[in-house]
Structures are given as C-alpha cells and as structure tokens.
Ligand binder design. Structure first.
Ligand code: ATP
Ligand code: MG
Length: 516
C-alpha cells in the first residue's frame, strides 16, 4: 500500500509519494534553516529554563565544526556521548556540517556496550562531557563540547560553509536496540531527516501548529529521540525541550511538561505504562505519539481518559523509521493497529514468495523511502539478508485490516502451536487489560506435542493475586480457545532493554530451559 500522497509540505517528497532531492543535501543545513530569532531549543537540564534561538545555535555548531575540522576528515566516524542537552544537538549538527558521520552513544552504556560500538564503528574521537570522558577511559579520545564552546571567540559573522554532501552521503551510524541479538549499526545518508518528517508530523496531528513544543523522555542516542523528536523538531521549526530525566518518574515528567510548555510528546510505551501504573494523568498536551513496542488498545483508552488526547501509535525501526502511523486528525485510530503507511513510504505485507498478500506475512518497505538505511555498517551479509529485491524486510509480521496495519509480532516471536500461528502482541494486549496485570511477556515454549505452547510471564500489580486459571480463562473468553496461555508464570520483573523493551529472547530461553 502506498502512502496518502499529495504533499508539498515536506522537502523532497513529490506529490506521487516518491522522493526527489537536490544533488547537494546536508542535514545540518536543513535543521538550522530558520531565522536567527526563532526559538530552537529549550534547555531545562540545569534547573532554570534557557532558550536557545537558531542564530545562537548556528554559532555554537560552527565553533564545534571549526574545531572538528582540525581533527577529522569527511567520512570519519565521531562518537556523541551526551544525554539530552544543547551540547548533544550541537555535536551531531557540527559533525554533519563537516561531512563526518556521527555515532550516537547512550550515556547509560557500561564499558562493554561502549567498547563494542566504538570498536565496530571505528570511532577514535568522541564529543562528550566530563562524565563521558571518564566513562570512555582509553576506549577513544574524548573532546569536551563545553570546553570548545567556552574557548570559542563567541559571535562570528563569517559562517562556515556546509560540506557538499549528497542525499546518499553517510551521515549517521545508529545502532539498533539489540532486542533480538547483538545491536547492528544502521548507516544512514543525509536524506534520513527528510524521510522522518512526514511520519513525525502526522503522528503529532500535523506538528507545527502555533504553540507546539516537542519533548520526549527517550534519550537522544536512539532513533526515537534523535530522529523522531530532536532533528525533525529543528527542521520543522518546532521548539524542542532538552531535559534530564535520570530516572523516569511521573512527577518529574509532569514538571518538565509544565516548565517547558510542552504540547507534543513522544512517549515510548514503557513510559506510558509507568504513568498509567502511577495513575498520573497529564494536562495541556495537544498530541502524543508512541511507538517502538506494541501500545495496546487498553493504553489507547487510558490515554483518552488521562492525557486528554488519542495517542497516535506509529511503527518503524532503526533501519527504516516512521513507516506506518496513526493520525487521529486525519482518520480514526483503529485500536490494536499501528496505523497506515506514511507519505513517502510504500509498505506491504509479503507472502513467503515475496508477493503482497491479504493474509499475515512479512512487513516490508519498498526501496526508495528516504528514511531507509544505506546498509548495515561493516556487515554485507546482514545487509544482503535484510533486502529482498525491491524490499527491505522488517523482520516483523503483520496483516492488513481495512487499510490499517496490525502488528502480529517479530518474526522470531510468532508462536507455532498445534498448526496455528499465534502473535504474542495480541495475547499481551489482552492480558494487559486484566486489572491485576502490570506487565506481561508472551513467548512460545517448546512442546513435543504442539511444537510450541503459549507461555505468559506476568508481573502483577501490588495487592493482586489471580490464579493461573483466572488469567487463562480471561484470554480464552476474549481471544481464541487455541491461543490462551497454557502456562502462566508470575515474575517480579521482566528482562528489559535499556530502551524499555521486553527481551522476549530471554524469556524464550527461560521457557526452553524448563523443558529439559
Ligand atoms: P534489534 O534489531 O537489535 O533486535 P530492535 O528491533 O528492538 O532491536 P529498534 O530498531 O529500536 O531495535 O526497534 C524496531 C522494532 O521495534 C521493530 O522492528 C518492531 O519489532 C518494534 N516496533 C516498533 N514500533 C512498534 C509498534 N508500534 N508496535 C509493535 N512493535 C513495534
Ligand atoms: Mg530490529
């Protein structure tokens, strides 16, 4: 299915849904192309609010770019080890401006996680702060953004020219979440920012309305922070709030929204679950977008009651992002579905032979989407496996429902039981509506008779103690007799990635271990 089409709003997107770029394209120029006096960033990281306008931001970017030019060549990979901050935005923009490749590194990474990414990417220099320099040790040379900025002469009338990059010139090497295996580096060209703009705009019911102001609790080291919030906000001229949230608490979240006059939030589902568990509603929001994991119909209903908006669920992956989205301003949200293909993306569900099907199949995106990666860094085999003919195969399974895409589950997570193929998402979604359930992960457990059985690992809310049978009956009466969890095990916590996704791989290993 193709996107809605007919847009002139987004640079590069033709009305027929295809992309056409000028031969020269630099993402830093695209993100900074607004009047000097326009508000770009709202810095809440130091307690007091500091407003940064585009003119000042450009000066900062130039100061860092001039320094970097003495040290690195175009095409070199430069790490960025900074949490949400003005310096983090400046670091990426400066790297892109000189034609080098930025490598976002997450501040919560311990030694091994940093070492593997720095080693894989061939990073020698890392833009960071004092804490980051200590974290790096001897892994790479730290360069402190704050030091460069305080040493720079301040205002300069002579702006540095942008490197003459093309839409295909590598700009950012960003690692996947590592939910299913070791994290892979997705290498993106300068067109990746354009590719995100339609999806970001529609998932916020047309971002860019007067008064809009964007924030996410997700760190900017991930695709969801960097390309679903920070850079699209800058490119679309919507102010972005930078805040420090060492630990997500509902109170801190509400404070940031109040202090920053935030109106548009990207909440990963895990953050929404924390808000919901705490019974914390939020006021003053115009739009909430969520993606990265199944959201669930129950959360949608909760959002309507407690956030005052219909949450727009979207779908994408580090390799090709913001490909499907909801947009309640344009069409009704269909609970349990992730939305419709966004303009500029052709999304299909393919059968085993690679032909579009109406049945369940592989979710695939046609080559040509501007947010599609160039390749996996250093992994030609993985790249070859990811693309089939004209399609990027997401590794996720889905099915169309009246023009909307339903997410069934990751390919490896779909459960085969007694000849049925069962998606864990639907069972998790159902169990999440049970009043006693806080979180749940559903996996297939090997079974001699049925190939696999459905096993649910459940974390209960305090003060609740339903029996295994209670939960089984609950699913049986709502979904299908064959898809209820034949085993339910109660845990204190589920294994999670640093980005808050359930690591089903570990639950599967646990379930498989029980078999022997
Ligand atoms: P890795 O590829 O390293 O195993 P990952 O796939 O979790 O990690 P990301 O690129 O951050 O890394 O996540 C993309 C994946 O997240 C998608 O392929 C899909 O499985 C899941 N996902 C994204 N959005 C949604 C959504 N709205 N509903 C359900 N799942 C989603
Ligand atoms: Mg993935």
């Amino acid at each position: 299915m193709s996107g809605v089409g007919g847009h002139t709003l987004y640079p590069g997107l033709r009305t027929d849904g295809g992309w056409q770029f000028p031969s020269c394209l630099n993402m830093a120029a695209q993100a900074l192309d607004h009047p000097d006096e326009q508000l770009a960033l709202i810095d809440l990281t130091t307690g007091a609010r500091r407003d940064i306008r585009y003119g000042e931001l450009r000066q900062m970017v130039d100061a860092v770019a001039r320094d970097l030019m003495q040290r690195v060549q175009p095409g070199d990979r430069v790490g960025v080890l900074l949490s949400q901050s003005v310096d983090c935005a400046v670091a990426h923009l400066a790297i892109w401006k000189i034609g080098a490749i930025s490598v976002p590194l997450f501040k919560l990474f311990q030694h091994d996680a940093l070492a593997s990414r720095i080693g894989d990417a061939g990073v020698e220099l890392v833009l960071t702060d004092g804490g980051g320099a200590a974290q790096l040790g001897s892994l790479a040379q730290p360069l402190l953004v704050a030091d460069i900025l305080s040493a720079s002469a301040g205002h300069s009338d002579h702006l540095l020219p942008y490197a003459e990059t093309t839409p295909e010139t590598p700009a950012v090497l960003i690692y996947t979440s590592g939910t299913t295996g070791s994290a892979k580096g997705a290498l993106h060209g300068h067109r990746v920012l354009s590719g995100h703009l339609p999806g970001v705009a529609i998932s916020h019911d047309h971002l860019g309305q007067p008064g809009d102001c964007l924030w996410t609790p997700a760190d900017w080291a991930w695709i969801g922070g960097l390309f679903d919030v920070l850079m699209p906000g800058l490119a679309l001229g919507v102010p972005v709030v930078a805040a420090r949230l060492d630990k997500f608490t509902p109170e801190a979240c509400a404070d940031i929204i109040r202090q920053g006059d935030v109106r548009n939030v990207f909440f990963p589902p895990t953050a929404l679950r924390l808000l919901k568990a705490a019974g914390q509603g939020l006021d003053g929001l115009r739009s909430v977008a969520s993606g990265g994991e199944p959201l669930g119909a129950e959360m949608l209903a909760w959002g309507q009651r407690h956030l005052g908006v219909t949450i727009n669920e979207f779908y994408g992956q580090t390799e090709c992002n913001m490909t499907v989205s909801s947009c309640v301003a344009d069409f009704p949200v269909r609970p349990g579905c992730i939305g419709r293909p966004v303009p500029g993306c052709t999304v299909e569900v393919l059968d085993d032979t690679g032909i579009p099907t109406k049945d369940e199949g592989d979710v695939a995106v046609r080559r040509g989407a501007a947010s599609m990666m160039l390749e996996y860094w250093n992994r030609p085999d993985a790249t070859a496996e990811k693309f089939h003919d004209d399609w990027l195969i997401t590794g996720d399974r889905g099915i169309w429902e009246g023009g909307y895409l339903r997410f069934v589950g990751r390919e490896d997570d779909v459960i085969t039981s007694a000849g049925y193929r069962i998606g864990p998402a639907e069972i998790e979604d159902c169990l999440m509506t049970h009043p006693a359930v806080a979180t749940v992960g559903v996996v297939g457990k090997p079974d001699a008779l049925r190939t696999e059985i459905v096993k649910a690992y459940v974390v209960l809310k305090p003060g609740h103690s339903p029996s295994e049978k209670d939960l089984q009956d609950y699913v049986k009466s709502r979904l299908a007799k064959y898809s209820y969890p034949r085993e339910v095990e109660f845990l204190n916590a589920l294994p999670m990635t640093v980005t808050g996704k359930v690591i089903r791989k570990e639950l599967k290993a646990r379930a498989a271990g029980e078999v022997q």
